[in-house]
Ligand binder design. Structure first.
Ligand SMILES: [Zn+2]
Length: 199
């Protein structure tokens, strides 16, 4: 059937979300129509704020309202360690654990020859610049996911950074192969960081 244009547009928007097909999108659209106006306006504002108020930290690449982000700007963090993750959500996961006090670097992806993603397509050059500028950094902990692409990215970083005298470590395999760190519980993450091994 033909929906009025605002409804059709809303269904189409929901279908842009991962894992949402036409049927679910239609159900969500009609649910939204039944919501009260304030809730809908708050929802719309939350969506636009993600684009208007959030930016990427110019140092670590994490999402932030302030640049540099709160972690990079905090002098009480351990300035000798950088933990490298694939996505901003991984920083949030690691921070939940509360035991890691060092800094972060967000790659925004992994090396993936299959998808044509090389070193220039992810946030590696800014990591090199950070290491060159900041002599306090002694260790880079690679916390990419335990996938073939995550492992290949870790190997690449180790080969790139070790000749410069930087210690490169990889999270211990408490995380099962192929798993994302976002699904690991805090104890598993803690053990993975504690048991990290030099590459
Ligand atoms: Zn930052």
């Amino acid at each position: 059937m033909q929906y009025p244009e605002p409804v059709a547009k809303l269904i189409d928007s929901y279908m842009h979300l991962p894992g949402i097909g036409k049927k679910t999108a239609t159900r969500l659209a009609f649910y939204t129509i039944d919501m009260n106006k304030d809730d809908v306006l708050n929802f719309a504002e939350a969506l636009t704020d993600t684009k208007e108020k959030l930016k990427f930290c110019s140092i670590c690449g994490n999402i932030t309202e302030n640049d540099p982000c709160d972690i990079c700007a905090d002098p009480n963090r351990d300035q000798s360690k950088i933990l490298v993750v694939e996505q901003p959500k991984d920083v949030a996961t690691m921070e939940k654990m509360k035991d890691y006090k060092g800094l972060y670097h967000v790659l925004h992806g992994v090396l993936s020859p299959m998808e044509g993603k090389g070193p220039d397509d992810i946030n590696i050059s800014s990591l090199i610049q950070r290491l060159q500028k900041n002599e306090a950094i002694q260790e880079v902990i690679v916390a990419t996911n335990a996938t073939p692409e995550g492992d290949a990215t870790a190997m690449y970083l180790a080969r790139l950074l070790k000749p410069a005298g930087i210690k490169v470590t990889r999270l211990a395999r408490g995380l099962s192969v192929g798993s994302d760190i976002e699904y690991a519980d805090e104890m598993t993450l803690f053990k993975a960081v504690e048991g990290r091994t030099e590459m």
